[in-house]
Write a protein that binds this ligand. Structure first.
Ligand code: 13P
Length: 259
């Protein structure tokens, strides 16, 4: 089974729409300098809502080999939900991906597996691909219960989906203790959990869904550690925070397979 690796840069609340133009242009030039081959890996930028229209125009206008998407979505279809953005609005901007359940949303906005599951269903209903985040906090890792903890998250966030829907989506395993801390999980740590997630998907949704679903690792990914992370059999890409804000560094991550 060959799953196309997905290297996605989650900009979080950084780079306004003017800065976004420069960063995406430089990313595209540098990826081509590094001989990016889109049959070997897919690059994506996950940008603030206010950047989406600019990024869309640039990527579509210049036919850049970069996918784009949003960092969150409303659980509601439309209506009186001040400040929220509907999945249909993101689909209208041709977003391919929508991140749901990032640990920062779970932590600062109280998002639960149930809510994240409902958001993922909104994304799928609007023909986009959710990148569903899971991951344990440090105290869970220290007590050694990270695998069952993450698998319980998986059960919750994937509830009620069909095997075909699960096969088409992306799961990002992001241990909270490795996010923005410079503390990277070892490749073996990443494989342990990503492998367990794939096995759980097989139990719940069957072998085909498990073969197809792309599972990313996220947490302090850089050009210096991406090769060892990508060498793991159940890691199909990375969700990159800080390092994705530097287009040269992110281009090196995207083209890891050339080195
Ligand atoms: P860092 O790469 O900055 O650790 O962030 C990871 C992350 O949260 C990506 O979604």
């Amino acid at each position: 089974m060959s799953r196309l690796p997905l290297l996605a840069g989650n900009w979080k609340m950084n780079l306004n729409h003017v800065e976004a133009t420069g960063v995406v242009q430089k990313l595209a030039w540098t990826m081509s300098d590094y001989r990016h081959d889109k049959t070997k890996a897919e690059a994506a930028v996950i940008v603030p809502f206010t950047d989406l229209r600019t990024v869309q125009n640039l990527i579509e206008g210049d036919k850049l080999s970069i996918s784009f998407g949003a960092q969150d979505v409303s659980v509601h279809e439309s209506g009186a939900y001040t400040g929220e953005v509907a999945a249909s609005m993101l689909a209208k901007l041709n977003c391919r991906y929508v991140v749901v359940g990032h640990s920062e949303r779970r932590e600062y906005h109280g998002e639960t597996d149930e809510l994240i599951n409902a958001k993922a269903k909104q994304v799928i209903a609007n023909q986009m691909t959710p990148i569903i985040c899971v991951g344990e906090r440090l105290e869970i890792r220290k007590e050694g219960s990270h695998v069952p903890y993450v698998l319980a998250q998986i059960d919750g966030v994937l509830a009620g989906l069909t095997p075909a829907q699960v096969g088409a989506l992306v799961i990002a395993y992001e241990p909270v203790w490795a996010i923005g801390t410079g503390e990277v999980a070892t490749p073996e740590d990443a494989q342990e959990v990503c492998g367990a997630i794939r096995y759980r998907v097989q139990e719940l949704f069957g072998a085909e869904a498990a073969d197809k679903v792309r599972i990313q690792y996220g947490g302090s990914v850089k050009s210096s550690n991406i090769i060892d992370i990508m060498a793991q059999p159940d890691v199909d890409g990375a969700l990159v925070g800080g390092a994705s804000l530097d287009p040269v560094e992110f281009a090196r991550i995207v083209t890891y397979y050339t080195r």
